[in-house]
Design a protein around this ligand. Structure first.
Ligand SMILES: [Zn+2]
Ligand SMILES: [Zn+2]
Length: 115
């Protein structure tokens, strides 16, 4: 094996470098633990990324399913485009006379006079 410190080629069973006297085995085990450390850090980052991904996915799902509470003003409405009803319709804008509805099913938006 090669000495990590001086590069001298020692026999494979040598425990001490013949050139500089460094303990070859201790260098080796130190390297191994450093390698494990690195791997653990990578694993930790990977786990963190996965958790973050799950949280973001959950947030997005939550956002999409947020209008669980159907707008009561949509109770008599259906989407003029696809015919979907109450639970898919969201009021996105409104003024004194009209409400702008958004259909989550087909992405259609339209103004509806307030009755
Ligand atoms: Zn050496
Ligand atoms: Zn629609």
């Amino acid at each position: 094996m090669f000495c990590k410190y001086c590069g001298y080629e020692n026999t494979d069973d040598a425990s001490i470098c013949e050139n500089c006297g460094v303990e070859l085995n201790s260098i080796h085990s130190e390297d191994a633990s450093m390698y494990t450390d690195k791997r653990n850090k990578i694993l930790l980052v990977a786990v963190a990324v996965i958790i973050l991904g799950v949280v973001i996915a959950a947030l997005i799902t939550l956002n999409y399913s947020q209008p669980d509470k159907a707008d009561p003003r949509a109770s008599n409405l259906v989407c003029p485009y696809c015919g979907a009803g109450l639970n898919t319709l969201v009021a996105v804008r409104e003024n004194t006379t009209h409400i702008k509805w958004y259909c989550q099913y087909c992405d259609y938006t339209w103004w509806e006079p307030i009755s």
